[in-house]
Design a protein around this ligand. Sequence first.
Ligand SMILES: [Zn+2]
Length: 135
Amino acid sequence: MPLDERAFFTDRPEMRPGRFTCPRCHRAGDYSIKWVRRVKKDRPPQGADEHDRARFAKLRDYLLRLDEEVVCKACGKKFEIPSQHSLLFVDQLAGLPNDEELEAEIRAASGETEPDAPAKPTLPPRFTRKSSGWK
Ligand SMILES: [Zn+2]
């Protein structure tokens, strides 16, 4: 019996901003959406057999959206969040707001000027992927 995938991850709830357009009134709004961040554990769980270990090796951190609908801020009607945005791999988040950007915003807000970020060298994912999850 294969182990449930959830045995390989530690779940952390996370609120993320999302911008959606209401299908009824066609107005866009910013919403706070509930997600869970699944962070891969450091090692496979007890009882993992060879097959489970192979599965574990291939897994990577991801975010799963828990909220399926929002209430439009303009007209008050509920609408569904497009389902293609329900799962994100953490290594796809490069370029999206993250902790580093947040810290940059905080520095900017506190009056420090933000130097131009140096262009990041592009490396294949296997060089940039973190093996132990986000700290
Ligand atoms: Zn609306």
